[in-house]
Design a protein around this ligand. Structure first.
Ligand SMILES: N[C@@H](CCC(=O)N[C@@H](CS)C(=O)NCC(=O)O)C(=O)O
Length: 224
């Protein structure tokens, strides 16, 4: 059984989305965010303290985009993977990594310096600069989406899951108000994907089953 350690709407939503798209059986462990502070014992499983962590037999992985590729290939065949023999194989890998390295990382600086740090350590200028940096990189999506529904190979793939998660995070941060027309239309299409709808429902169901009271971004709700 595939096991996935996850926090609500965190990057581990990428592999959860793929698991749901592929309808693979899995066991979901929802942790409060950040796990290094609120999930005692988790560092024994993943010394980095980060999620996702995916275990599949002897396989152990902690990078969300790589896990998506692994699931779609090792547990395929699946249309979510683009094969080496397909013309868009290179584009597929590029978008898969673009979603994390180029579109998600700058947003984590926005999250940290606008929301997670205590007020005296917040850095509005850093948050604003990296929000702009992210929005500028979205130009690549605006351009490619002018003549297609999905990023590559003429179908919905794991690359759309990777980039789709970055747009979901932007939505959480309120940056969606600045999406350009093709990006906004793509984000609207992504939200209709069955796998995403099921993944988001599954995460709340698992949190409830674990007795967790979590708010937005999976942070524990303080009692009283
Ligand atoms: N590049 C990794 C990043 C993993 C990562 O940093 N995850 C964040 C949540 S989205 C995390 O666990 N943060 C908690 C922490 O740093 O303590 C991936 O794509 O999975």
């Amino acid at each position: 059984m595939i096991e996935l350690y996850h926090c609500i709407d965190a990057r581990s939503l990428r592999p959860l989305w793929v698991l749901e798209e592929m309808r693979l059986p899995y066991r979901l462990h929802v942790l409060p965010f950040p796990p290094r502070a609120f999930a005692s014992g988790y560092k024994e499983k993943n010394p980095l303290g980060t999620i996702p962590l995916m275990l599949d037999g002897g396989v152990r992985m902690t990078e969300s985009a790589a896990i998506c590729q692994y699931l779609a290939t090792r547990h395929g065949p699946s249309p979510l993977a683009v094969g080496v023999e397909e013309p868009d194989y290179g584009a597929f890998l590029n978008w898969l990594h673009f979603g994390e390295a180029t579109l998600t990382f700058p947003q984590t600086l926005v999250l940290r310096y606008a929301r997670f740090e205590p007020p005296e350590r917040r850095q509005p200028q850093v948050a604003q600069d990296y929000a702009q940096w992210f929005l500028a990189r979205l130009r690549a999506i605006e351009t490619v989406m002018a003549d297609r529904e999905w990023l590559c190979a003429g179908r919905f793939t794991a690359a759309d899951v990777s980039v789709g998660y970055a747009l979901l995070l932007a939505n959480e941060l309120g940056l969606n108000a600045q999406f350009t027309p093709h990006v906004a239309a793509y984000w609207a299409r992504l939200q209709q994907q069955d796998g995403l709808v099921r993944a988001r429902a599954a995460q709340w169901k698992a949190a409830e089953a674990a007795g967790l009271r979590l708010g937005p971004m999976g942070m524990p709700i303080k009692e009283g």
